[in-house]
Design a protein around this ligand. Structure first.
Ligand code: ZN
Length: 586
């Protein structure tokens, strides 16, 4: 079995890539021929055909170079190729920048009449509608150009955050209770927390990582203040009622979805506290702390070769009627999965695609149970891509992050249920249950908690209250008490966890999507599992719909209404049932 990517299906070699590159480069120069002509139907339609052709080819160039680069990040040739295509992309953006304002000045009514006459333009109906939807928050040209100056400025906060949080991140050496001196980094500290038997040692390791946030609390708070203040300035300038509203506008997500998520989650934390009690008893811990959360309740040293992992996953997919297993096999087709670690290869895992090609998956498989779940997860993304590109034209084939994690976590639920059913080993069952529970706590509850934090901190600023490190820590202290019943003030440095989450500095109001996706996928999975054939059709409908509608509408059609409490309550119930099972086993 071939366990590397065969990228020759995309380009025979770099020479072929080069000639495609030259071709795109020539075409980029032709954009100007359309300038000033978009008010005529023929030019308008032609422009879309031309732009689509160029876009398809430049994506292909970029994804290929990106994948080559990921296979060996130390190879300078690949790196320079990737940079080369990114520069061409900037040229393309520049060359086509006249189009958006010109389309707007042509006006919605005229454009609708164009759409009615053209099959190609019908494919772009959704994106054109969306263009006019956003108009309500776009200002006149002069104001836009003033705002653009400040956008650049507000982006600097992310750079500053990253400089302080990462660039001078040095490892720390700490001495454990047995006299061992170990090097702790933010990359390895979790492994220590899973492994160290003494709570005191776990505290030492945890503190080594979080201390820097405590030491720089004033600076981190000042950064966060800048993030929230520039978000609010932008929201006010563009006529939004709040920063939250301005961020949700892009995906057309109602503010109520966000508020329902954080409120429903916060009101339903009894099961987390019950789980913590169980852990305390099983692990013999008197005072439970956040740095105890990685300790395993059981260990299983079982290894799964890649072939065995695939077999397990395929068996799990057989629970779904129709051609789901076939799709799974297509997603994991030979030559489309790069399986093992290699020197220089990018870490982690992902699924990526080029329109018209079978998607590709990158793994760093090393025979653990976790890796088998990663296979299922990435195969979910690829199945989504397969269905979306089969049923959508290029224009609407790209789906949003908001729906992306539904297909991946759906597969994880499927695999977990299969393994639970099949397993006769008590230890293995405990491992699986803990994995499932911790997954809900990490993906759903923890992200809701951070989403809640972002909302509270931004609201505070919008109401004119100052953002200080004390104020930010207080929000976190309260949330941790509400969620986990843990007073993080007793952990010395944990209250500064708001400085530890890079997403809150780079992309505010983003992490809630993990929680909403998780809730949607669980609800869909439960509906499908109950044998409801309509539910399966609806799920496939969601995957096939790609990016042709707004995500909340897509999810409603799949049977999940995120504007209600129902899907979030379903997660709460699922957690309850898993904790019940765990309690019995322990
Ligand atoms: Zn994913």
């Amino acid at each position: 079995m071939l366990k590397n990517w065969d990228l020759t299906v995309v380009y025979k070699d770099w020479k072929e890539w080069d000639s495609s590159f030259d071709n795109v480069k020539q075409k980029v120069a032709l954009y100007k021929n359309y300038q000033g002509k978009l008010s005529s139907f023929e030019s308008f339609e032609d422009y879309y055909k031309f732009d689509e052709e160029v876009s398809k080819e430049i994506y292909k160039l970029a994804v290929y170079a990106h994948m080559q680069n990921d296979l060996n990040t130390k190879d300078e040739h690949n790196d320079s190729k990737y940079k080369q295509v990114m520069m061409l992309y900037s040229e393309l953006v520049q060359a086509s920048s006249f189009a958006m304002p010109e389309k707007i000045s042509v006006g919605e009514e005229v454009i609708n009449s164009f759409i009615a006459k053209s099959d190609k333009l019908k494919e772009y109906r959704f994106s054109l509608e969306d263009l006019f939807r956003t108009q309500e928050h776009i200002l006149d040209q002069k104001s836009e150009s003033i705002l653009a100056n400040f956008t650049e400025l507000s982006g600097i906060t992310g750079t500053l955050y990253s400089a302080l949080a990462n660039a001078d991140k040095t490892s720390k050496f700490v001495t454990l209770s047995d006299g061992r001196e170990v090097e702790v980094t933010s990359g390895n500290y979790r492994a220590f927390l899973m492994d160290l038997k003494s709570q005191e040692d776990r505290f030492i390791v945890f503190k080594a990582v979080f201390e820097r946030y405590a030491e720089n609390k004033n600076t981190f708070a000042a950064f966060y203040n800048t993030v929230a203040a520039s978000d609010w300035a932008n929201a006010k300038s563009r006529n939004y009622a709040s920063s939250l509203e301005s961020y949700l506008f892009n995906d057309n997500v109602p503010v109520d979805v966000y508020k329902t998520l954080i409120n429903t989650t916060k009101e339903n934390t009894e099961t987390i506290k019950r789980y913590i009690e169980l852990r305390k008893k099983a692990l013999g811990i008197k005072d439970y702390h956040t740095y105890d959360r990685f300790l395993p309740l059981a260990t299983s040293n079982k290894k799964y070769t890649y072939e065995e992992g695939l077999e397990l996953f395929y068996k799990a997919t057989e629970k779904i009627p129709g051609n789901f297993t076939e799709l799974a096999k297509l997603a994991l087709k030979e030559g489309h999965v790069d399986v093992y670690e290699q020197p220089g290869k990018r870490t982690g895992a992902y699924s990526t695609s080029i329109y018209g090609y079978n998607p590709f998956i990158l793994l760093n498989y090393n025979d653990t149970l976790d890796n088998v779940f990663t296979v299922a997860h990435e195969a979910g993304h690829s199945i989504h891509t397969l269905l979306s590109s089969e049923h959508q034209p290029f224009a609407t084939s790209n789906y949003t992050i908001f729906v992306a994690e539904i297909a991946s976590t759906f597969n994880e639920h499927l695999l977990l249920d299969y393994l639970m059913e099949k397993s006769t080993d008590k230890q293995e069952k405990i491992v699986l249950l803990q994995q499932a529970i911790d997954d809900i706590l990490g993906t759903f509850y923890r992200q809701s908690l951070f989403a809640d934090f972002e909302y509270q901190a931004h609201t505070m600023l919008e109401q004119g209250q100052p953002i200080t490190h004390d104020a930010l820590s207080k929000i976190m202290v309260d949330l941790y008490t509400q969620y986990y019943g843990i007073d993080i003030l007793t952990e010395e440095v944990k209250q500064f966890v708001w400085a530890y989450i890079p997403h809150m500095y780079y992309s505010p109001f983003y992490v809630y999507k993990y929680a909403t996706s998780y809730a949607a996928s669980l609800k869909i999975y439960q509906d499908v599992k109950s044998g409801d054939e309509l539910a399966l059709d609806k799920y496939f409908g969601l995957l096939k719909s790609g990016g042709s509608e707004y995500p909340v509408d897509q999810v409603i059609k799949a049977g999940v209404d995120l504007t209600t409490k129902e899907p979030f309550n379903a997660v709460v119930e699922r957690l309850g049932s898993l904790v019940d099972q765990l309690e019995k086993l322990l």
